[in-house]
Design a protein around this ligand. Structure first.
Ligand code: PMP
Length: 370
């Protein structure tokens, strides 16, 4: 590839790539373990059949029906009234983030995130020619607000990412923290603050959505990949001031969201209550993982998401491999000493916990023999 005339900043870099291995229990990409319920599968088939009758035509470029349904969902579940004019949808929240960076970042501009966090914030920044700035976190993985304000004042980034609950740590961000960062970012530039709430539905706390009110440069991004159990659908969305929605029109590809995607997402939104009942089950399983991992003797970061970061290991990658040898795939995000496990079905979580117990026993046996 290095022979190709690719852009200098991409040369020698690795693409995003969580391993997709064929093992009995896969708890590594924060997917929802429950397949869509059969009545919803049937409804998708009906909606897609209807869409298929019109596939000779381009889809609704503005996805008005879908944006109206998403606005209704947020209004009902996230504590704040929003209209379709405040909502924009794309192929996964990764595309939402890309469109935001194409609009508000780009060459000569910078984005700031607080790491460890979702690696695609940095990767999409690079892909859009936006400089990346890595901000600090406290030892408990909360955002160090004073250090963050200083970094914002010093570097005057054009885009600030706040991931809540944060991937991979599961840490929720207080509304007061977002407000402090927003104020600092407005005083410094002003810049766009993107609250990535991909795991919002799993949180113990209310959504940060109400913060968009009266803050034209605050954007909330969400996805149907996690709570809706529809990672294969590729549907992400944002809520913000209508001017932000107007601005991303400048970069979105024409007809970016296929008729099939729009029809499928609309069907899923009709079944919101059933899908949110699964979320409640997963929250219970997430809490069980935290408790059981602590009982086993692991350190666990308090989690508001559908995954749990656990450790602390001298060699986290070796532990990752040992857990995999027991048939369970978790994620090594490269955070020294820590691994991340996604909450699966009760049976998958039992298999994971058994694997961790076995690995801890093997490892302590090895240590005793030394
Ligand atoms: N934000 C965060 C924090 C994520 O963890 C993910 C997926 N792992 C995404 C955004 C992107 O999700 P999608 O493109 O499937 O909506």
């Amino acid at each position: 590839m290095d022979e190709l005339p690719i852009r200098d900043e991409l040369r020698g870099k690795s693409p995003y790539g969580a391993p997709q291995l064929d093992v009995p229990v896969r708890l590594n990409t924060n997917e929802n373990p429950y397949p869509l319920p059969e009545p919803l599968v049937q409804r998708i088939a009906e909606r897609v059949t209807e869409a298929a009758r019109h596939l000779n035509r381009y889809p609704d470029r503005d996805a008005v029906e879908l944006r109206t349904a998403l606005a209704g969902y947020l209004t009902r579940t996230a504590g704040h009234d929003v209209t379709a004019a405040q909502v924009w949808a794309a192929n996964g929240s990764n595309e939402i983030i890309q469109q935001l960076l194409q609009t508000f970042g780009g060459p000569g501009r910078t984005a700031l995130g607080f790491e460890p966090s979702y690696s695609m914030h940095a990767l999409i920044s690079r892909g859009t020619g936006t400089g990346w700035l890595s901000g600090p976190r406290n030892d408990d993985f909360t955002i160090d607000v004073e250090a963050a304000k200083t970094a914002i004042a010093e570097h005057r980034p054009d885009v600030v990412f706040v991931c809540s609950p944060n991937n991979p740590t599961g840490t929720a961000v207080e509304a007061d923290t977002v407000l402090a960062l927003y104020e600092a970012a407005q005083a410094a530039k002003p810049s766009l603050v993107v609250v990535d709430e991909a795991y919002g539905e799993f949180s113990h706390r209310p959504s940060l959505l109400p913060l968009i009110e009266g803050r034209p440069n605050l954007v909330l991004s969400r996805t149907m990949s996690k709570a809706f159990g529809a990672a294969g659908l590729r549907l992400g969305y944002l809520a913000a001031d209508p001017a932000v929605v107007d601005a991303v029109q400048l970069v979105r590809l024409p007809y970016h969201l296929s008729s099939v995607t729009q029809a499928t997402a609309l069907a899923a939104l009709e079944h919101t209550d059933t899908l949110l009942a699964y979320v409640e089950q997963l929250k219970g399983e997430r809490d069980r993982l935290v408790t059981e991992l602590r009982t086993i003797g692991c350190q666990v970061v308090a989690s508001d998401a559908n995954f749990v970061q656990f450790g602390l290991f001298d060699d986290a990658h070796a532990v990752w491999q040992s857990i995999l040898d027991h048939g369970v795939l978790v994620r090594d995000n490269g955070v020294p000493g820590w691994l991340r496990v996604t909450a699966g079905t009760p049976a998958e979580n039992d298999a994971f916990l058994d694997a961790v117990r076995a690995v801890c026993k093997e490892r302590s046996l090895k240590e005793n023999k030394r």
